[in-house]
Design a protein around this ligand. Structure first.
Ligand code: ADP
Ligand code: MG
Length: 468
């Protein structure tokens, strides 16, 4: 027998070999995923920082190689400091979003997957042009990714003066795509993005030369998400070790009350006493057994305050109604933002919108608009918890709806930890507390539709009586 050959691979190589799990399974899916990752980044760089987004997306087909598409996405966001540009786009798992904050991105992967896929299929370097806020220069980098080493290769670099005070980012990348098969998904994606960002200008130029424009209909942006500290119920052994290695606290009591949310001095003291820890002990001197005990105790103790939700950034019922009205042009619309609930030590907020009639085409099933942290989810609908709720848990006839019906339901889940079923972030697992929230939310807006329909029917009957 021959000897086994051992070696390790870099994160870039891992995703190079397993591009499917990041959503790049075939040219059609890749084109959709590329647009999505770049638009997500553009929105994270704008609305999450209080900037009204102006986003231009364009896809062009190469005139010679018909399978090659050039995607460009330009935003007016915060830009990227020059020194981080190469790694932000050339090193897999490099991100500014590894903090506890509600963002669209979270794996430090999206932009790199687009570039990696382009590199595998077309082989041109990606181009990034960016100016951070107040930067006196605009930088452009053409980069590729060294897959074995997981680091950027800078092909060329340009600098020019920023005379107009522009800030933002433009990313251009060529990938193998399949527009005819991806078209509908991409159009849906842009439209569904527009529904939940009525405060954005979004322009989309297709390879066919069509231009889709979604103009801002309100200047209200949801309050930007803030960074938060971990809640004691969400810790594990690894996290607690990292936190201890980074803390300035020299006593256990300070560590517990300063590094976690929901823990004041009094509670910290009561907690430590209950589980027999010495409050003045230096956390860095805890033994392995003590650490294990501490984690168990943190998860179990039930006097901590509930995880806070004020760092989350729901869309808000008003904006959801504005968005549904302006894009779907229904006859009736309503929305609700539910109170925060807790999932594994993280707060989650569920929002539900409903739109009925008007320009919505009747169909045999509910038109379900799913979102997680403001990202539209388009694939794997039938395996998503929200689909289970609207198709199995709810009896629509109770609400006066008989299919085919012109009914759209919007479900938005936001939080610092979302139970996605995969890194492609396309569907959400059936976590009971989330399922219950969605169901309650749907029932709430469905009741309000039921009332509206009953009132309308009554008015019509009165009209008929008045006429006869
Ligand atoms: P993620 O979005 O999960 O962090 P990405 O690979 O998509 O991972 O992006 C890496 C990092 O590059 C981001 O965390 C962000 O700091 C930066 N970045 C990417 N696109 C933009 C953009 N349009 N504007 C500002 N920063 C960006
Ligand atoms: Mg991203």
């Amino acid at each position: 027998a021959t000897a086994e050959k051992f070696r390790s691979i870099s994160p870039a190589e891992f995703f190079y070999r397993n591009k499917e799990i990041a959503g790049f399974a075939n040219p059609a899916r890749a084109l959709y995923q590329a647009v999505r990752e770049l638009v997500e980044n553009a929105l994270d760089a704008t609305d999450a920082h209080g900037i009204l987004p102006n986003i231009e997306v364009s896809i062009e087909r190469d005139s010679v190689k018909q399978y090659v598409y050039r995607i460009s996405v330009k935003d007016n966001g915060i830009g990227i400091p020059e020194k981080y540009i190469p790694e932000a786009f050339g090193k897999v798992l490099f991100s500014s979003k590894y903090v506890l904050r509600q963002t669209r991105g979270l794996f430090g992967l999206g932009a790199k997957m687009v570039i990696l896929y382009g590199q595998m299929t077309v082989g041109e370097p990606a181009e990034i042009i960016s100016a951070a806020i107040n930067s006196r220069r605009i930088y452009s980098y053409r980069i590729m990714i060294d897959v074995r080493e997981n680091k950027p290769i800078i092909v060329s670099k340009g600098v020019w003066p920023n005379n107009t005070g522009w800030h933002g980012t433009m990313v251009k990348v060529a990938i193998e795509g399949d527009w005819s098969r991806a078209k509908q998904k991409i159009l849906d994606y842009i439209k569904r993005t527009a529904i939940v960002t009525p405060y954005a200008n979004i322009v989309f130029k297709t390879p066919d030369g069509e231009i889709y424009t979604y103009l801002r209909v309100t200047e209200t942006i949801p309050p930007p998400p803030r960074e938060t500290k971990p809640h004691p119920h969400g810790v594990d052994l690894e996290l607690i070790k990292t936190m201890i290695s980074e803390t300035k606290a020299q006593r256990l009591i300070d560590f517990i009350s300063e590094e976690f949310q929901g823990v004041g001095n009094v509670i910290a003291e009561r907690f430590l006493t209950k589980y027999g820890f010495d409050p003045s002990k230096d956390p860095k001197t805890l033994s392995k057994e003590e650490l294990e005990l501490l984690v168990k105790a943190l998860k179990e103790f039930n006097e901590f305050r509930k995880p806070r939700a004020d760092h989350l950034s729901p869309i808000g019922a008003e904006l959801i109604k504005i968005g549904l009205n302006s894009i779907l042009k229904p006859e009736f619309v309503d929305a609700v933002t539910r109170k925060p609930v807790v999932y594994e030590g993280h707060s989650i907020i569920v929002e539900v919108g409903i739109a009925y009639g008007g320009s919505i085409q009747p169909s045999e099933e509910v038109v379900l608009l799913r979102y997680a942290n403001k990202i539209p989810l388009l694939y794997d609908e039938k395996s998503d918890v929200a689909w289970k709720v609207v198709s199995e848990n709810i009896d629509w006839s109770y609400y006066g709806i008989v299919f085919p019906a012109p009914l759209a339901i919007l479900v938005h889940i936001c939080g610092t930890k979302i139970p996605y079923k995969g890194v492609g972030k396309e569907s959400i697992a059936e976590v009971p507390v989330i399922e219950k929230e969605i169901e309650e939310g749907v029932r709430q807006v469905a009741r309000s539709l039921k009332l509206y329909l009953a009132r309308k029917q009554k008015e019509e009957e009165m009209m008929r009586k008045a006429v006869t």
